[in-house]
Design a protein around this ligand. Structure first.
Ligand SMILES: [Zn+2]
Length: 295
């Protein structure tokens, strides 16, 4: 089994400089620790036709290369089914018939953290479950026996977060992100997960699930996001933020890569030239405020 890091974009649109920066950091983390670097397309949900090809082209344009064929989640249903079947055989899953509204309006269970699923369907009798099956397809939830879990993050230290009875498969049949990411990382030999710190709150759920499945916990490094001048997460509406838009105002992919490298304290140049200078501990801990540069 390989030892690898990865970048796992959702092909919902073009990558923006924040996504490209996370990809470059993930590559630097992987290569500076002697790992392979893989790309996985997380296309279970919100995939837009043509976006995957655009994203891979843009990664290559800023110099990111990967060491094995790109993997797509839609080709991996058997792996997710097997993991859910194993959890079910262990008595670790149950069907949930709640609507979003019912969950919001349900009184929360004693000691349950804010926003956690209140466990409504955990206690349904066989007869009650039969009745609800007739009116609404069920989602599959994990039956947990903890309320929080702790993970170690290379940049953020020890992080403790909520673990509730989270969804493994949605009621439209789509495998939930938290299950797919755990199964995929383990199956691909990914032992280093570098991604935006907006995903840190769901990491304890994933580490707990990996533990239940007997899978290794990867090393985590959650990197600060790129934000606009209001401090909000960068989005397409923030002007020229994709390689295509930036090229249209005269800024090349090489210039974008150099800006990204400078934003993490590295010299301009190729990623290979930046690599010997990369030290995770010297990364900025604050978000990068994006200003569209002048060509
Ligand atoms: Zn429910």
């Amino acid at each position: 089994m390989t030892s690898a890091g990865r970048f796992a974009p959702s092909p919902s649109g073009e990558l923006h400089v924040g996504n490209l920066r996370t990809a470059i950091l993930a590559w630097l983390f992987a290569k500076s620790s002697g790992r392979d670097f893989l790309v996985r397309v997380e296309n279970l949900d919100r995939a837009r036709s043509g976006a995957e090809a655009e994203q891979l082209r843009d990664l290559e344009a800023v110099g990111v290369r990967w060491d094995a064929a790109v993997v797509r989640q839609t080709e991996r249903a058997a792996l997710y089914d097997e993991a859910i079947a194993r959890l079910t055989a262990d008595g670790r899953t149950y069907e949930c018939f709640c609507t979003r509204r019912e969950i919001q309006e349900a009184p929360s269970a004693p000691h349950a953290p804010q926003g956690a699923y209140p466990g409504t369907c955990r206690r349904l009798s066989h007869a009650e479950r039969e009745i609800r099956r007739a009116s609404r397809p069920a989602s599959i939830r994990l039956q947990t026996d903890v309320v929080e879990w702790s993970v170690e993050d290379q940049l953020r230290g020890t992080y403790v977060g909520v673990v509730d009875d989270f969804v493994l498969r949605r009621n439209d049949g789509v495998t939930a992100y938290n299950l797919a990411v755990v199964v995929d990382d383990a199956a691909q030999g990914i032992d280093q997960v570098v991604r935006g710190d907006d995903l840190l709150p769901s990491t304890p759920r994933q580490a707990y699930l990996a533990t239940l499945l007997g899978l290794p916990i990867p090393e985590y490094a959650h990197v600060p996001l790129v934000v606009n001048h209001d401090g909000a997460r960068l989005a397409k509406r923030d002007g020229a933020v994709t390689l295509g838009d930036l090229a249209a105002v005269g800024i090349s992919a090489d210039s974008v890569r150099n800006l990204i490298l400078e934003s993490v304290g590295l010299p301009a140049g190729t990623l290979g030239e930046a690599l010997p200078h990369f030290h995770p501990r010297s990364l900025p801990t604050e978000p990068w405020v994006w200003k569209t540069p002048r060509p």
